[in-house]
Design a protein around this ligand. Structure first.
Ligand SMILES: [Zn+2]
Length: 664
């Protein structure tokens, strides 16, 4: 569970045959001095790249012609071994440009629904059917799978690496002749896109079983990771095909700063060791000469530590085989800080009051950006709640509150599990159509009766409290509203309808129609089992980010949890806090982080300035008797008070991140 090295580099090396002199300036001493300077204790080096070439004399693949026989992989492995740096080996799996050109009949064929101009090139940088330069993807439902398996077996046999990293793979929609044939063989309609997922899942399962068997036939203990760019919540079989998890999440590469915590707060449940993988790039992979500010990397590494993850930083080596000195200075600044505090960061239990049942676990494919999961995660992070992300197989009993954001269906075994949870005193917060069963009724007593989705949009929210600290007004709600009738409970605010939807034959002003001045129905109610919010408020928050939405959710949660919250703090909304229990060391470890990414250029989130945060106050609810509170790595003891089951302390000033140890 705790075997991965803490400070890793993931070294890309996708190198075309159009460049000569590959590895010609590899220098063992230079390679080693960079790793030492970077405080790196593991680096993933490459046996085969996306262009399809081998970087060692291979019997199952062609060696890169630009190497002119130089065994670059062995040279790197030797360099790493000499200085005690681990070196798992990278093998490109989903992309093999050389093979794709030789075997166009084995390419993955994309569905027409995905071939729109705006998605012609996705974040993986490959092309669908356009003439844009980029890697082509191969379908594993072809003879390529056996070719790959032999290549994997050869690498494990020849180098006996500590681990292998296969890239980029996953369950995929493919409309090639083989996949179409398999859909038909199953008696499914080949004209229905959804049916291709049935085959896509089977093809992926066959892929990872074949590759794992090939690798383990040589070394049963070799570490294996299949990279899909995201560990999808709820896809446990896919996660368990790995020996550990690498959470690829480059904040400036399309993932954003909230993706990593979201992912880490799910994988913790799987009982596997995991790392957070960011990049040294300004933007994303393959960006030669792209650098992020050292402050950004420092923050990203601290965020991994706060979430119990080992760290990995992506880099790409120059075709001539030298590492970039400035890059390893950059990495070293972040990793030197990490090295000082690692012993406080692993072997932890996450303390959490709230569990979010993620919509993603009910979906076929992960869809980042504007889903209800994203909105719920941001609200939890910004609201400083202690939370984790759940799939239906998780144990719910540890949480005081479960959030079912916007559209979580509750039927079958999940319904039974949730009913047992509330019978045991657990509370829920539902919004939109969440919490409604197959009969169209709430399974919980939320103080309201469900009456279906309204066709009025937008509508308005009229709170009973002072939203934004101002006199209550009428706040526009862009998401769909659901109709309810009030039964009993506390109403936190009401729905006010607009006069009518904006249509060509009746509209008002530039944007949307104003509100009626009377309440149409309750909008937020807290009943016996928890709260209900009539709008799809979490996806709306992901989309528009209005404070009023977040405040409404926070007011509802606070009304439900009342005095039972574990943590209260005055940290600003841009701060992140985690609270972990290192039981084996009898101590709680609190991480407080603050950075304020700003958008620079067209859409890149940049961290440049790390501003100090002053006078941060914390109140922790715990039955444990606290012996001392100290700041790490400063090793400075600070004053605290413990009374009536609550511990209070203050951090006078911190910049970027601060770890606080509460010894019990
Ligand atoms: Zn296919």
């Amino acid at each position: 569970m705790n075997f991965l090295p803490q400070r890793q580099v993931h070294l890309d090396f996708h190198t075309t045959e159009a460049i000569d002199g590959i590895g010609s300036r590899f220098d063992k001493k230079q390679f080693q001095s960079c790793l030492i300077k970077g405080h790196v204790n593991s680096i993933t080096v490459f046996a085969k790249c996306h262009h399809g070439w081998a970087y060692f004399p291979s019997e199952t693949n062609e060696m890169h012609p630009g190497l002119h026989g130089f065994d670059l992989l062995s040279a790197q492995l030797e360099a790493c071994a000499e200085i005690g740096v681990q070196a798992p080996i990278y093998i490109s799996a989903g992309f093999d440009q050389k093979y794709a050109v030789e075997h166009p009949e084995q390419l993955r064929i994309f569905p027409r629904t995905m071939v729109r101009p705006e998605v012609a090139v996705n974040s993986e940088g490959y092309k669908y059917f356009t003439d844009m330069p980029g890697f082509r993807q191969i379908c594993f439902n072809t003879p390529y799978l056996d070719v790959l398996a032999e290549q994997v077996k050869e690498v494990v046999k020849k180098f006996n690496p500590v681990g292998i990293f296969l890239d980029i793979v996953g369950s995929r929609l493919c409309f090639c002749e083989n996949c179409r044939r398999d859909v038909i063989a199953k008696g499914l309609d080949p004209e229905v896109e959804e049916n291709y997922w049935v085959v896509g899942d089977e093809v992926y399962k066959k892929y990872y079983e074949t590759i794992n068997a090939a690798a383990r036939s040589v070394n049963p203990d070799v570490r294996i990771f299949h990279n899909a760019g995201h560990i999808a919540c709820g896809k446990r079989a896919h996660a368990f095909a790995n020996t550990h998890l690498e959470l690829e999440s480059l904040p400036t590469g399309g993932w954003g700063y909230d993706h990593f915590p979201k992912s880490a707060k799910y994988v913790k449940h799987l009982g596997m060791d995991y790392l957070g993988m960011t990049g040294k790039f300004h933007g994303t992979w393959g960006e030669f000469g792209g650098f992020k500010h050292p402050n950004a990397l420092k923050y990203e590494v601290a965020l991994s530590l706060a979430n119990g993850a080992k760290c990995s930083i992506g880099d790409q080596m120059h075709p001539y085989g030298f590492l970039d000195d400035a890059t390893y200075e950059l990495i070293g600044k972040a990793y030197a800080e990490a090295e000082k505090v690692e012993k406080y960061c692993y072997d932890i239990d996450v303390v959490a009051d709230i569990g979010i049942l993620e919509k993603e676990s009910f979906m076929r494919v992960y869809s980042a950006g504007t889903t209800s999961d994203t909105g719920a995660n941001r609200m939890m992070l910004e609201g400083k709640y202690l939370y984790e992300n759940l799939d239906p197989d998780c144990d719910f009993s540890k949480y005081k509150l479960l959030i079912l954001p916007d559209s979580i269906p509750v039927t079958g075994t999940l319904k039974e599990k949730l009913l047992e949870y509330v019978r045991g005193g657990g509370k829920v917060l539902c919004s939109g159509s969440s919490g409604v069963d197959e009969n169209g009724e709430f399974i919980f007593d939320l103080g309201v009766k469900y009456m279906g989705k309204s066709n009025i949009n937008p509508s308005y929210y009229h709170p009973e409290y002072e939203a934004l600290g101002l006199t209550s007004s009428n706040y526009v709600m862009y998401s769909d509203k659901h109709n309810i009738s009030f039964v009993s409970g506390k109403v936190l605010g009401y729905v006010r309808d607009s006069f009518f939807n904006r249509e060509p034959d009746h509209f008002c002003s530039h944007k949307h129609t104003p509100f009626k001045t009377e309440n149409a129905a309750p909008g937020i109610v807290v009943g016996k089992d928890g709260g209900y919010i009539a709008w799809e408020i979490f996806s709306e928050y992901a989309e528009v980010g209005s404070f009023v939405l977040k405040e409404a959710v926070m007011k509802t949660i606070d009304e439900i949890l009342k005095d039972s919250k574990t943590l209260r703090t005055n940290l600003p909304s841009g701060a992140v806090v985690t609270f972990n229990d290192q039981k084996n060391n009898s101590r709680f470890v609190l991480h407080a982080l603050y950075s304020a990414p700003v958008v620079r250029g067209k859409s890149t989130q940049i961290i440049e300035d790390l501003m100090p945060v002053y006078n941060s106050e914390f109140e922790i609810k715990t039955d444990k008797k606290i012996k001392y509170v100290k700041l790490v790595p400063q090793n400075r003891y600070i004053l605290f008070k413990q009374k009536d089951g609550k511990v209070n302390f203050k951090i006078k000033e911190f910049t970027c991140n601060q770890i606080v140890v509460l010894k019990y």
